[in-house]
Ligand binder design. Structure first.
Ligand code: P5A
Length: 440
C-alpha cells in the first residue's frame, strides 16, 4: 500500500478523550474512530489487524475441530424467553421493535440461538459431540463504555458452543477449547493466563478467564510465574489424546492463577515468593461449562444409544476479538507508538523515503516496494512528500515490525537503513541485502 493513496489518518496530538495508552494509540495511529458512544468504525489499518487476529482465532478453532458458521446479529425476544434470560439480562440488552411490533434484540451472545438451531436439526447421539462457532458482532449496552474497543458496546466476538452426550464428554470439549485458547493467545504474541472464574450471567460452575497483564486492566490478578514458561504448542499435546487433555487441565488447575474474585490467600501462600506475580489484567477470553442449563430449558433432546432421550451437555467459549486489538497494544508499545507482534502486524515492512523528491531515493524505494510486494511481504510505502522526520514519527507510531529508511546520504554510500521496530536496532546495508533479509 502506498501511503499517498491510503486512508491512514494519523494524529499528531494525543486525543484528550482517551484515558489509556491503547485507546490513545488506536486513535492516533488511525485504527478506529468512534461514531457513537462505545461504537467504532474500523479504519483500514485497524481492520487489517482485526482480520489478522480473526484469522489466527479461526485457524486454531478449526485445528481444534470446531466448525464455523455464521448467525445473525438480530435475534427474536421469544428465543430468549424460552431460556428465561430475556427478563434476567437487564438493561445491557439492546431491545428493538420491528415494524410489525415484534420484539427483537441485538444479540449479546448466542447460547439460545444455537441451542434452538441444534434442537431443530439434531436428533441422534450419532450427531454428537459437535462444537460450532462463529465470529460475529455483539452488542451490550454497557453503562460505562470506556477505554475504546476494550469495553465497547458493539464488539467482535468469536463464540463457540459445544454439545455432548454426557458430562465427561462435555468436559473434554471444554479442555479442547482450553488448549485452543492457550495456543491462540501464544500465536498472537501475548501471554494470556487462564484463571478460574465466576460464571456470571452465562451460568455453570466451571469457567476460566484468559487474562493479559496490563496496568490498566479491570481486575487484580495473582499467578504463578510458571505460566510464563509453558509452551502450549509443544508437539506432545494433541487434540486426539484424551489423557493429554486431562493432563493439561490438571496442569492449569494445579498452577496458581486467580483474579480478585477467586483469589485464595492460603493457596497463594504456597506459591514460592520468587514465583508470585501480581498486577492488573484484561480479560481477552472466557470459557464456560454449564451442562444442561440451556438444553433443558429449551427442550433440546437427542435419542441416546439405547433409544431413550438424552439432554445434551453444553459449554460456550468466547474470545474478545476486537478487544484483543487494544489488549495487544497495551501489552506491546513504547513511547514512540505501537510495537506490533509479527503475527498481527497490519503490514510487516514500512518503507520510508527521507526525501521523496530525490529521484534516486524514489527509484530505490519504488523498486524495493515492488519486489517486496511481489515476494508476498506485506509492505506499506510512505511515498508522501512530507518531511523525513514526520514520516519516521508516523512509521514508529504505526509500529510495523521492520522499517527500511532510504535517504540521499545513505544512497551515496550505497546503503539503506533497516530498523527493527521492537529493539530499535538499526543496520546499514545495501538495498539488495535488506530485501534478502526480509524475504528469507
Ligand atoms: C462465551 C461465548 C460469553 O459471552 N457466551 C458466548 C459466552 N462470554 S463473555 O465473557 O461475556 O464474553 C466473551 C469475551 O468477549 C469480550 N467482551 C467484550 N469486548 C469488548 N467490549 C465489551 N463490552 C465486551 N464484553 C465482553 C471479552 O474478551 C470476553 O472475554
Amino acid at each position: 500500500m502506498r501511503l499517498s493513496r491510503a486512508f491512514l489518518p494519523v494524529l499528531k496530538e494525543s486525543p484528550a478523550d482517551a484515558q489509556i495508552v491503547s485507546h490513545k494509540l488506536m486513535l492516533r495511529a488511525g485504527l478506529v474512530r468512534q461514531t457513537a458512544a462505545g461504537i467504532y468504525a474500523w479504519l483500514p489499518l485497524g481492520l487489517r489487524v482485526l482480520r489478522k487476529i480473526e484469522r489466527i482465532v479461526r485457524e486454531e478453532q478449526d485445528r481444534a475441530g470446531a466448525i464455523e458458521m455464521l448467525m445473525p446479529t438480530l435475534q427474536s425476544a421469544d428465543l430468549w424467553r424460552e431460556s428465561g434470560r430475556y427478563d434476567a439480562y437487564g438493561p445491557e440488552m439492546l431491545r428493538i421493535t420491528d415494524r410489525h411490533k415484534r420484539e427483537m434484540l441485538y444479540g449479546p451472545t448466542n447460547e439460545e440461538m444455537l441451542t434452538a438451531l441444534f434442537r431443530d436439526d439434531v436428533k441422534s447421539y450419532r450427531d454428537l459431540p459437535r462444537t460450532l462457532y462463529h465470529i460475529q458482532w455483539k452488542f451490550r449496552d454497557e453503562v460505562r463504555p470506556r477505554f475504546g474497543v476494550m469495553r465497547g458496546r458493539e464488539f467482535l466476538m468469536k463464540d463457540a458452543y459445544s454439545f455432548d452426550l454426557d458430562e465427561a464428554g462435555a468436559r473434554l470439549s471444554y479442555y479442547t477449547q482450553l488448549l485452543a485458547y492457550l495456543r491462540t493467545f501464544q500465536r498472537l504474541g501475548i501471554r494470556a493466563v487462564p484463571m478460574k472464574a465466576a460464571s456470571g450471567p452465562i451460568g455453570g460452575d466451571l469457567s476460566h478467564e484468559f487474562i493479559v497483564l496490563a496496568p490498566t486492566g479491570e481486575s487484580e490478578v495473582f499467578y504463578d510465574a510458571a505460566f510464563e514458561d509453558f509452551d502450549w504448542n509443544r508437539a506432545d499435546l494433541d487434540y486426539s489424546d484424551e489423557a493429554g487433555l486431562h493432563g493439561l487441565f490438571d496442569q492449569v488447575s494445579g498452577t496458581y492463577a486467580a483474579t480478585d474474585e477467586t483469589h485464595d490467600e492460603s493457596r497463594w501462600a504456597q506459591v514460592p515468593v520468587n514465583r508470585q506475580r501480581t498486577g492488573r489484567g484484561i480479560e481477552v477470553g472466557h470459557i464456560f461449562y454449564f451442562g444442561d442449563k440451556y438444553s433443558a430449558a429449551m427442550g433440546l433432546k437427542v435419542s441416546g444409544r439405547d433409544g431413550s432421550p438424552v439432554t445434551p451437555m453444553m459449554g460456550s467459549y468466547g474470545v474478545g476479538v476486537s478487544r484483543l486489538v487494544g489488549a495487544i497494544i497495551e501489552a506491546s508499545h513504547d513511547d514512540a507508538g505501537i510495537v506490533w507482534p509479527e503475527a498481527v502486524a497490519p503490514w510487516r515492512v514500512g518503507i520510508v523515503t527521507m526525501r521523496q523528491d530525490d529521484q534516486a531515493s524514489a527509484d530505490v524505494a519504488d523498486d524495493l516496494y515492488a519486489r517486496l510486494t511481489a515476494a508476498g511481504v506485506e509492505t506499506l510505502y510512505d511515498d508522501r512528500d512530507e518531511r523525513g522526520g514526520v514520516k519516521l514519527g508516523s512509521m514508529d507510531l504505526i509500529g510495523l515490525p521492520w522499517q527500511i529508511v532510504i535517504g540521499p546520504r545513505g544512497l551515496a554510500q550505497g546503503v539503506v537503513e533497516l530498523k527493527d521496530r521492537r529493539s530499535g536496532e538499526k543496520m546499514e546495508l545495501s538495498a539488495e541485502s535488506a530485501l534478502a533479509r526480509l524475504t528469507a
